[in-house]
Ligand binder design. Structure first.
Ligand code: ATP
Length: 306
């Protein structure tokens, strides 16, 4: 019995985080594996990636049988394209992402990758095909090198440095006390939110998955950091099937499709311009964000002159 509780206690600190976001889902999945009810179907073969196309068909899901948090969700991401999920807190965005990663099984409907049901393929092949850039990356209390190399264990020094360069974090690392050998995390060098996110991007670039899941940070970063991150994100998403949970709508104006979620259902869908023309929920959210930006600018101006 002790053995059963020990890992749960140890895991406890992360538990709240994972309920809310998919904080470092890939690592979490490894930690959880022992307790996980989701197991490979008998005779499951590896997922065979041909282009990385994703399709949700009539997916419904509830964490508990009494309450569905997703209702009849259908959408398709063609290989290499980008779909964005928007909607208020609790609308079901993270749940969609967790289901694609097969953190839970759907209650009804299906999720297919390149025509294969995620329920029927080996989980570790599924997790290999998907890279996650979480909002808030939990780093290991290990060297920065290890934290990036985790994306592809056994990668060469040159590969790790190259991934860090693509993620715009290489120069920063060279300024750390022991460069790539610097210990980071809770008990090491503390990184800023933007730096941690770039570590996650480097890790994902190194992993080079066909599909990328991206949870945009809610907390505002300064403009320069924001720009660096946007260009690093663009690099990690290029030519990869991308599903992004967007909080700032300005980052998804080029998405191939935007799904607007409300209480577990898709209430509007289309490209940015189409959705603005609809003058519905998306247009309201957009106008609200413009107003907030405006107010912020005015605050900055009045602070500056004071
Ligand atoms: P946010 O923008 O705040 O992250 P979201 O749109 O991602 O919200 P989800 O996290 O998918 O929303 O949550 C959808 C619903 O499912 C919410 O009502 C939430 O309370 C519930 N929920 C989320 N995780 C769990 C869980 N582990 N167990 C039970 N209910 C959950």
């Amino acid at each position: 019995l002790m053995d059963l509780y020990m890992p749960l206690n140890w895991f406890g600190t992360y538990y709240r985080a994972i309920q809310k976001n998919f904080v470092d889902m890939e690592n979490m999945y490894d930690l959880l594996r022992e307790e996980e009810e989701i197991i490979d179907a008998p005779g499951a073969g590896p997922l065979r990636i041909t282009g990385g196309g994703v399709e949700f068909s009539n997916v419904s899901f509830g964490y508990t049988p009494e309450r569905f948090v997703l209702k009849n969700i259908s959408f398709k991401i063609e290989p290499g394209k980008t779909v964005a999920l928007v909607g208020s807190s609790g609308a079901g965005k993270s749940t969609i992402v967790r289901l694609l990663f097969r953190f839970y099984d759907v209650t009804s409907g299906s999720i297919m990758i390149d025509g294969q049901n995620v329920k029927l393929v080996q989980q570790n092949s599924l997790r290999k095909a998907i890279g996650v850039v979480p909002q808030d990356t939990v780093l290991f209390n290990q060297t920065i090198f290890y934290n990036i190399e985790y994306g592809k264990i056994g990668a060469s020094t040159e590969e790790v440095h190259e991934a860090a360069r693509s993620a715009d974090i290489h120069e920063r690392i060279l300024n750390f006390p022991d460069k790539y050998e610097t210990k980071v995390g809770e008990r090491g060098l503390r990184l800023s939110g933007g730096e941690k996110q770039r570590v996650a991007i480097a890790r994902t670039i190194l992993k080079s998955p066909a599909i990328v899941l991206l949870d945009e940070a809610t907390s505002a970063l300064d403009t320069q950091t924001e720009r660096n991150i946007q260009s690093a994100l663009a690099r990690v998403c290029a030519n990869r099937t991308t599903l992004i949970i967007a909080h700032r709508l300005s980052t998804i104006i080029h998405a191939d499709e935007i799904l607007v979620l409300k209480e577990g259902s898709i209430v509007e869908r289309g490209r940015h311009e189409d959705l603005l023309l609809k003058e519905g929920l998306y247009a309201d959210m957009w106008n609200q964000q413009l107003k907030n930006l405006e107010a912020e600018k005015n605050r900055e101006i009045s602070n500056g002159s004071a």
